[in-house]
Ligand binder design. Structure first.
Ligand code: FAD
Ligand code: FMN
Ligand code: SF4
Length: 644
């Protein structure tokens, strides 16, 4: 099945065993800028898992402009570690390319007193009043030389090629784009001049490494932004890249400043949304074209190869979520692939200097960490798990695999807990896929399942369990407000669980993730939707990754959801709601009022059980309302401690 995925491919002189590559994803380096052992184990696991090509995340070609957190290549100190990693990747039959970057330019200003270089003195993204420094020609020449040196060092270490980071509005793309490049020298003006820095980079790598060394260019064919690159110019530039000697083009669309969710996709993007862009590039050039962006479904990926939309598929999130996904497809076990839910906790982690973490894959960055392996139980215990949400399911499955006798009690007719509400909106299909995956794992685990079976202290005591894992989750908070007891005032959670279609004027109180997504869902059927938020800005700005925020805000704009922040809700009438903002009272129509004001852990039964002396672990939202990441991780933690 899916034979197209398992055909060999040649990129320049680099022979790949199959058509699935790991997309570049920035990792956190050791203090000296080289690969850490954690990162090395992480890459090795993806090679072992069957990917034909491993591309590193962006590595700077020098530390002259500050030590990049994701590392750099060019110091002899790094060679031994690089060689060891290349050897491990080759051991599994995969090839290895390093992504080389000149940095983020105007998109990377963290200190307004130190403006970064860009093509021209354009405003920095983070501080629009601060202008970039136009990069002098000596620095351009220095960077080009460094790219050649870095590639040469990589080649000595056994690396098979490089990916030139020339996309998404980062520094090299700033030179390529008339939007940011206003230079009057030979690096600005005409398209040829704007592409000169890229051309010199490819030439320097070629000169240093010869014709067999693969040179891939990651390139934004479109920016999807006002004033940004449009398709005809993008395709022309692809022709130029081919003429410059690129061996393959990795096709992207979007840019960091505006449409970053099209570069690092989120739960809100459609599967395979940029594959048609790859097709257009493939019809323009004769070198291999790499397609990407939510291409996790093997059927979709195989079809894209079969009909010639691209020559190679790159997976980013898919390989973070499941390092073995390629081998699973090859073995006909695609239904066991752990799906990504598009939350970008992975990205939030590296942005704060941590190694990757992943909501659905608690083992990422712990690939060789014995503490994260659930040991076989020395003594098989009788275990009760209370609650069939993600925390309870993870704990039950892993404990059963370790050899315990596990029962799972769920009070509702169906499993999934708040994952069912989280996945209710049409645009959150990825969460539904994840729930289905958890249910398949549970079905295969040997856990005894009792649905519509509500745990009480009495029943638990009668069961004679050695250990209870309490994963009863959290319920929605109510609001103490005049009029809040009327039937048209409901919690967002109720409406999501019931999949209720709303009409008329809908007002959502609370602008966190749940409030915003419920508002978006309501906007599919309601006449108007308004979000009232107490904080001065939407709280999701503090909890969600930037690309998820961008996508959500775009959808809210498209669906005309009104947002009022810094608002104090005063009272709810039969068909109105009254709030105060900036000292003025407003009354607006409200046929339905939805409360999205947070969650409260269900802890009463846990307290009773603890008082009765029953050995107990409290995990997931029952401990404190948070995210699926915590639920899954604590499920693993419960299983680990049961078996030790
Ligand atoms: C609308 C919405 C959207 C969300 N979106 C996201 C998101 O995009 N990303 C993210 O990471 N998180 C999201 N979350 C949060 C996420 O759903 C929760 O963090 C996660 O479900 C917690 O898992 P849990 O297993 O601890 O609890 P729950 O999922 O709440 O599961 C608890 C289970 O225990 C059962 N139960 C309770 N009492 C008993 C009893 N006495 N006996 C038997 N069974 C009992 C309940 O019926 C329930 O099935 C969202 C939440 C909501 C409500
Ligand atoms: C956490 C994370 C970090 C990323 N870092 C980089 C990077 O360093 N360089 C790069 O070119 N792309 C980077 N990307 C983008 C990916 O290479 C890829 O283009 C994108 O994730 C789309 O593919 P996917 O839907 O399979 O994840 C990153 C993506 C993620 C999720
Ligand atoms: S953290 Fe979220 S977005 Fe990132 S790979 Fe894991 S599930 Fe996907």
């Amino acid at each position: 099945m899916y034979e197209a995925l398992f055909q060999p491919l040649k990129i320049g002189g680099m022979q790949l065993k199959n058509r699935i590559a790991m997309a570049p994803m920035a990792t956190v380096a050791d203090p000296d800028g080289g690969f850490s052992q954690v990162v090395s184990d992480y890459f090795t696991a993806r090679a072992r898992g069957g990917a034909g090509l491993i591309m590193s995340g962006a590595l700077a070609v020098t530390d002259r402009y500050g030590a990049p957190a994701s590392g750099w290549v060019g110091s002899p100190m790094h060679t031994a570690r690089l060689t060891r990693l290349a050897d491990r990747i080759h051991l599994y039959g995969a090839k290895f390319c390093l992504e080389l970057t000149y940095g983020n330019g105007r998109c990377g200003c963290s200190d307004p007193s130190k403006p970064p270089f860009s093509a021209s003195a354009v405003p920095t993204l983070q501080f629009p009043e601060v202008l970039c420094r136009e990069m002098p020609k000596e620095d351009i020449r220095f960077l080009v030389r460094q790219a050649g040196k870095a590639a040469a060092q990589a080649k000595v270490a056994g690396v098979d090629g490089v990916v030139v980071h020339a996309y998404a509005g980062y520094l090299l793309d700033q030179f390529q784009s008339s939007q940011w490049n206003h230079r009057t020298d030979e690096y600005g003006g005409s398209l040829e001049n704007r592409m000169r820095f890229t051309a010199e980079t490819i030439a320097a790598i070629r000169e240093a490494c010869g014709p067999q060394f693969a040179v891939i260019v990651k390139f934004s064919v479109e920016h999807h932004a006002e004033g940004g690159r449009e398709l005809p110019e993008g395709l022309e530039m692809c022709r130029m890249l081919e003429n410059m000697g690129a061996d393959a083009i990795m096709v992207d669309g979007g840019s960091f400043p505006t449409r970053w969710n099209r570069c690092i996709p989120t739960v809100y993007e459609e599967d395979g949304f940029s594959i048609d862009l790859a097709r257009q590039v493939r019809e323009t050039v004769s070198i291999p074209v790499i397609g990407q962006n939510k291409m996790n479904d093997p059927a979709r990926a195989a079809e894209a190869l079969e009909v010639g939309r691209c020559d190679l598929i790159a997976l980013g999130h898919g390989l973070l979520a499941d390092p073995d996904c390629v081998n699973k497809v090859r073995r006909g076990q695609a239904d066991t692939i752990r799906p990504c839910i598009g939350c970008n906790e992975c990205f939030l982690a590296i942005c704060s200097g941590q190694n990757f973490r992943c909501t659905v894959n608690p083992y990422v960055s712990h690939e060789e960490d014995p503490h994260f392996q659930v040991p076989k139980a020395e003594e098989s215990k009788k275990v009760l798990v209370i609650g069939g949400g993600p925390a309870g399911i993870a704990a039950a499955v892993l404990s059963a695999q370790a050899g315990h006798q596990v029962e799972l009690w769920e009070k509702e007719k169906e499993l999934g807990g708040n994952l069912n509400a989280a996945g209710a909106p049409s645009f959150k299909k990825d969460l539904r896929s994840y729930r289905d995956y958890l249910l398949r794992r549970l079905a295969d685990s040997g856990v005894t399942l009792r649905l519509e079976h509500e745990a009480t202290a009495e029943l638990v005591k009668q069961g004679g369990f050695d250990q209870v894992v309490y994963a009863a989750g959290a319920g929605a908070r109510k609001l103490d407000l005049p009029g809040a007891d009327q039937p048209h005032v409901k919690t967002a959670l109720e409406v999501l669980h019931r999949g209720e279609m709303l009409a008329g004027h809908v007002v959502v109180i609370g602008g966190g993730l749940v409030g915003c997504e419920t508002a978006l869902m309501a906007a599919e059927t309601a006449r108007s939707v308004t979000v009232l938020e107490y904080m001065p800005s939407l709280p999701l700005l503090r909890t969600e990754a930037r690309n998820n925020q961008l996508a959500l805000r775009q959808m809210m704009d498209d669906r005309k959801v009104e947002i009022h922040c810094g608002v104090e809700t005063r009272s709810i009438g039969p068909d109105t709601i009254t709030y105060r903002q900036d000292g003025t009272e407003h009354t607006i129509p409200a046929d339905t009022v939805l409360l999205a004001v947070g969650f409260q852990s269900r802890q009463e039964l846990a307290r009773e059980l603890a008082e009765a002396g029953i050995p107990l672990q409290v995990i997931g939202d029952a401990q404190a309302p948070r995210k699926i990441l915590h639920a899954v991780r604590e499920g693993l933690s419960a299983a680990v401690s049961l078996s030790r």
